[in-house]
Design a protein around this ligand. Structure first.
Ligand SMILES: *Cc1c(COP(=O)(O)O)cnc(C)c1O
Length: 379
């Protein structure tokens, strides 16, 4: 084998970083109470709401996505509240575990892995119980399923005592999630997913309907008390030390998105998903989810072939990381992320390398040449 190609991260988070983000991350450290950083913080806070499609403020938290999920829960629920969790995979399970840890009475709406939740499945629970909140993922990253957030939100809108809390960690910034229009009351995004940054921050926002409840909630909360963050932000500060490096990098990402236009940014990600699906279907492989998301593609390998082994060979021989399946899907599926800094050449490199790995692992497939792939991008 010739010299290895550069490392390429095509997981559904963390993701490949833009060169400008990498450059910014190597800047010398500055203090967060300086005029220079103050300006960056204010600019960043101003530019986040359009990505959430909201007129509400968006808050920066120095924690991974799960911390942002917790912020949604502890600011809106009382211990003992009856809530519904739409559980369709690993991250749905996280809502369930978190809800139990915070002593919520969790009604689990279990959806088979690979399927999306419908309004008809949710309705009976709302009719039977007095539900204070419904928790869902926009994209359930473990199965690559995209849930119909717009129709779920529209259905829940008339329930004046029920909040709709959405984990948009692999959705917000990757495809349109219209927080205000769809009636989402709490929305969380993550730095290492659709925001194309290293791991370590999450971003949350609350609707007016949620804000009416936030001051009255009896749940113990301290670090994630969003009222304090709100007060600090209104003075142009963060409550605790600002995550200077990641906020500077976020500012770069927001500029890159703004220069391209948000719509165009969404289209690029969607095109990566379409390209992956074109190739996989040409190979003769089946997509795993019923309703696939733009941010990640999951596909099945024929029975008898261990997807973990395929994934390892791709990493070892071709220096490309994609993900396998978790739990019941371990060894059965592979997942390709479409978020982050990904060029056309990277996408072609993945599909070409995958074909070599398929040959090695005796995965039957119909080959696709680089030329045919280039043609796809041109048409
Ligand atoms: C990655 C991810 C999270 C959060 O994971 P962290 O490791 O805490 O960042 C939550 N939900 C979904 C859907 C995710 O993809």
């Amino acid at each position: 084998m010739t010299d290895k190609q550069p490392y390429l991260l095509l997981a559904p988070g963390p993701v490949n970083l833009h060169p400008k983000v990498r450059e910014t991350l190597s800047d010398p450290m500055t203090h967060h109470r300086t005029p220079l950083f103050d300006k960056i913080l204010v600019r960043t806070l101003e530019r986040l709401p359009p990505i959430f499609h909201t007129t509400q403020r968006v808050y920066l938290l120095s924690c991974t996505g799960s911390g942002g999920m917790e912020a949604l829960m502890v600011n809106t629920c009382n211990p003992g509240d009856e809530v519904v969790v739409i559980n369709s995979g690993k991250f749905g399970e996280r809502w369930v575990e978190m809800g139990r840890a915070f002593q919520l009475k969790v009604h689990e709406l279990k959806i088979p892995w690979g399927e999306a939740c419908s309004v008809d499945q949710l309705r009976p629970l709302l009719e039977k119980h007095s539900i204070r909140a419904v928790f869902c993922q926009a994209t359930e990253t473990s199965t690559a399923v995209k849930h119909p957030i717009e129709s779920l939100g529209t259905f829940l809108k008339p329930y004046s005592d029920t909040l709709f809390l959405v984990d948009g960690i692999t959705a917000v910034g990757a495809y349109p999630i219209l927080m205000d229009e769809w009636g989402i009351d709490g929305l969380v995004a993550g730095s290492q997913k659709a925001f194309m940054l290293p791991t370590g921050m999450s971003f949350v926002s609350f609707s007016q309907k949620a804000w009416q409840r936030i001051p009255k909630v009896t749940m113990p909360r301290f670090y994630y008390d969003i009222r304090e963050e709100d007060r600090a932000n209104k003075k142009g500060e963060t409550w605790f030390s600002s995550n200077v490096s990641l906020i500077k990098a976020l500012n770069v990402v927001l500029t890159l998105i703004e220069e391209k236009g948000l719509e165009h940014h969404y289209q690029e990600i969607q095109k990566r998903a379409r390209f992956a699906r074109f190739c996989l279907q040409h190979f003769g492989l089946k997509l795993f989810p019923q309703s696939p998301s733009e941010s990640v593609t999951a596909f099945c390998l024929p029975t008898g072939i261990d997807s973990q082994a395929v994934r390892s060979t791709l990493e070892k021989d071709f220096n490309i990381t994609i993900m396998g399946g978790q739990d019941q899907l371990k060894g059965k599926i592979l997942r390709i992320g479409h978020m982050g800094y990904i060029e056309i050449a990277d996408q072609i490199r993945l599909m070409t390398s995958l074909q070599s790995v398929f040959l090695q692992h005796q995965v039957p497939f119909i080959p696709l040449s680089e030329n045919e792939m280039l043609q796809w991008f041109k048409s």
